[in-house]
Design a binder for this molecule. Structure first.
Ligand code: FAD
Ligand code: NAD
Length: 549
């Protein structure tokens, strides 16, 4: 009714000629409209409003998420133009050269945070990619694809503001007096090419190599879990052993040996890999090798009374319980003394204090007993006063400078420190700190150059006070954020820490979800993040691939 009177109003008003008639009509109509009761529109129910809100929020979030994804992909795959390397700055000031040895956590963190227009930066590494090590234990079983956890160093370097040179080579020697580093690469015909490169600052970020503690036979017969090639080797050995064992009759001791998978070292690497391997058996091999999978035995051998010594005691107990549920055989207080091609010999500390010797046959042996220093680290340490290499790393001061040198810095696993464990977390923080330190050093250099060019005494004094201020740089402080580890059967443990005042120890399936989201968040690039998530989705739908390749 109300609506029809509103529609009528302009039509009737047009047909009326006199102004007084128009006015009278309008007044009457308004009065009439006021008297007609307005229809009451019923208020939508709470659930209807909630549904509407949820629907709107969903599509707004989907829109924002897809814009973010599109932007990230675009930004990552379309790097902007880089400032080329030059011997001097525009004002004539000579530009210093930073040579970074390595393409791991420490080196890449430095590269990502450094203003590469302030220096000529050169990266030397025999590995032309960054490896996201926290997910490496998932690679041999195919939970994630090897390609999903690596990022080419070229793309990392290309995204820097200033040009970064990369040489696929290994640093073999450093001359700390002449400030040169000798690098060995290969030409296209695979002949060695050796050259000396000059540096003003050298950053040693070469990490560590697997430590065997001189145990005989390890290099010849065991596999390590440090690089992508190790992961491929382990995968090949596992599937090879299973195929060979399946051709042998039941009760053949050779079949039992081939199906014995032994991991030595109960640190996080060994624990995570043992968990992943047992998952592979329980979730996938059981379907494709129903008989043989029952005979596969995963063992974890540890010299100390506990595994995972850096974790909270509750979490150690929890992991041991989960391992026993999963049928992973835990051999504690068992120190491997010798490795042969088919068995390991270990010395066991018994509960009565005596020791006995046990031989453990194996089909696949994975050695994860921690870190040892690299040759190049030893070479650097050997030239510097105050260094005692002792098969580990470089001693550094509070500013990450190698003791005994004024131009060599060290980050990550090649550092010998009691303040932090050799982790990606520490290496990453080192890289960030060093980028800030280099920023300050660049400022100091620029002021020093101005000082040389300025004849006026008053101006010189001003510059000197500026230099003084900048030189007071904060020392490096490691912030421990916690440790995470996957322990198998979709469970993880987490020791989290916020400063000195709050600590939290968690374990279970929810922690596994947290572990997943934390590691996806930590992946270096958006591409890696997407690939890892897609791998997980793929495995949850189709299972892990069991082909040998
Ligand atoms: P790396 O990352 O090892 O990098 C060293 C680089 O130096 C490599 O690119 C190498 O090719 C290069 N290099 C070697 N020799 C030379 C040479 N002579 N000249 C030039 N370059 C050279 N830490 C965590 O915090 N959380 C985790 O979950 C975690 N999981 C891990 C899982 C596994 C399986 C492993 C093995 C380690 C894990 N870590 C973890 C430890 C972490 O990976 C290391 O602490 C970290 O990689 C150290 O970084 P880095 O830069 O010192 O060395
Ligand atoms: P590790 O040093 O942490 O543990 C090695 C273990 O091997 C020790 O428990 C040691 O007692 C044992 N061992 C040594 N020799 C042995 C022998 N002959 N027989 C039996 N056991 C022996 O080594 P890792 O697990 O390779 O870790 C190296 C570093 O990387 C550590 O600092 C670790 O914190 C870090 N990391 C962290 C994570 C994580 O946070 N999730 C994962 C992997 C590695």
């Amino acid at each position: 009714m109300l609506r029809s009177t509103q529609l009528l109003r302009p039509l009737v008003q047009k047909s009326l000629v006199k102004q007084s008639e128009k006015k009278l009509f309008s007044t009457c109509l308004t009065r009439f409209q006021q008297q007609v009761p307005k229809p009451t529109v019923p208020k939508p129910s709470f659930w209807r409003r909630a549904g509407k809100f949820a629907w709107r929020s969903t599509w707004i979030s989907a829109l924002l998420a897809s814009s973010y994804i599109a932007y990230s992909i675009y930004e990552e795959s379309n790097p902007s133009k880089q400032q080329p390397q030059t011997p001097t700055f525009a004002n004539g000031q000579p530009k210093k050269t930073i040579v970074i040895l390595g393409s791991g956590w420490g080196a890449v963190s430095l590269l990502k945070n450094l203003d590469t227009t302030e220096y000529n930066v050169v990266v030397i590494s025999p590995r032309n990619y960054f490896l996201f090590t926290p997910l490496l234990p998932s690679a041999p079983t195919g939970t994630v694809d090897s390609k999903s956890i690596i990022e080419p160093i070229r793309s990392i370097a290309r995204r820097c503001k200033g040009e970064v040179l990369y040489y696929e080579a290994e640093a073999t020697k450093v001359d700390s007096v002449k400030k040169t580093v000798t690098v060995k690469g290969q030409d296209i015909a695979k002949n060695d090419v050796v050259q000396d490169l000059h540096y003003d600052y050298l950053v040693c970020a070469v990490g560590a190599q697997p430590n065997t503690f001189g145990t005989p036979g390890v290099y010849e017969h065991a596999s390590f879990l440090k690089e992508i090639s190790d992961s491929q080797e382990i995968r090949h050995k596992v599937l090879n052993s299973i195929e060979k064992a399946s051709a042998l009759p039941k009760n053949d001791p050779e079949r039992a040996r081939l199906l014995s998978f032994v991991v030595v070292g109960g640190g996080p690497t060994g624990v995570e890999f043992a968990g992943e391997l047992q998952d592979f058996v329980d979730q996938d091999l059981v379907k494709w090798y129903p008989e043989i999978s029952k005979e596969i035995k995963v063992s974890l051998v540890e010299a100390l009374p506990n595994i995972l010594n850096m974790f909270n005691k509750k979490l150690i107990k929890y992991t041991e319980d989960v391992f026993s549920e999963e049928n992973i055989s835990l051999k504690l207080q068992t120190m491997v003394k010798k490795v042969d091609d088919k068995k390991i010999t270990a010395s066991i500390k018994n509960s009565d204090g005596t020791t006995s010797i046990e031989e453990i046959p194996y089909g696949v042996l994975v050695w994860a007993t921690g870190n040892g220093g690299r040759e190049i680290t030893k070479n650097i340490a050997g030239q510097l006063e105050g260094q005692t290499f002792a098969n580990r790393g470089l001693i550094i001061d509070d500013y990450l400078k190698a003791v005994g040198s004024d131009s060599i810095f060290a980050v990550g696993d090649c550092v010998l420190s009691r303040k932090f464990a050799p982790t990606a977390q520490a290496a990453y923080q080192h890289g960030i700190y060093l980028s800030k330190l280099f920023k300050n050093l660049a400022k100091i250099d620029s002021h020093k150059y101005k000082l040389e060019q300025t004849p006026e005494a008053s101006e010189k004094a001003k510059i000197l006070s500026k230099i003084d201020k900048i030189s007071n740089f904060e020392p490096f402080q490691f912030v421990y954020l916690g440790s995470l580890a996957y322990i198998g059967s979709e469970r993880a443990i987490a020791d989290l820490s916020w400063g000195n005042w709050s600590k939290l120890s968690l374990g279970g399936s929810l922690t596994f979800l947290f572990w997943k989201s934390a590691y996806v968040g930590m992946c270096l690039s958006f591409r890696n993040r997407c690939l890892v998530v897609l791998d997980w989705v793929k495995v949850s739908i189709f299972g892990r691939d069991s082909s040998k390749e």
